[in-house]
Design a protein around this ligand. Sequence first.
Ligand SMILES: [Zn+2]
Ligand SMILES: [Zn+2]
Length: 171
Amino acid sequence: MIESLEIQPWFFWVEPYEGESISHFLGRFKRANDLTSSGLGKAAGIGGTLARWEKFWFNPRPSQQELEALAKVVGIDAFRLAQMLPTMGEGMDCEPIKLCGACYAESACHLIRWQLKATRGCSRHGLRLISECPKCGAKFKIPALWIDGHCHRCFTTFAEMRKYQKPVKPT
Ligand SMILES: [Zn+2]
Ligand SMILES: [Zn+2]
């Protein structure tokens, strides 16, 4: 029945990658829909909170209510969105932004596990993570701004950076 239908604005939905961080996902969703952070925050009814999540500022932690509000707009369920955050009680660093170039070469995305305090390296590749461009020393931008997958200063690609990563020391 017509009256039971909720009118939703039309958005292009974006499929999340395995392990993708919320910042990276939000960046892709915004670009696919030509939205700013405040535009998307407004559409979801969570305002400026969205821009904080893009910077991994999770204090206060995203509430179930906020995740559900965002879930409606981005067309992904709140549980899946929560997987883009550190789990409850898990320590994380908002900066520096870290990267495994070998992972990025396989799947062009920033993984939330790279920002966790407990993460010592990439377990998949046995490599240490890098936290700045190995060529020019520029810090990485927040993943929401990762558009072309290269250093914004010297244009070294994230995939190329794998050859600068040192193996994780066996413990
Ligand atoms: Zn890796
Ligand atoms: Zn660089």
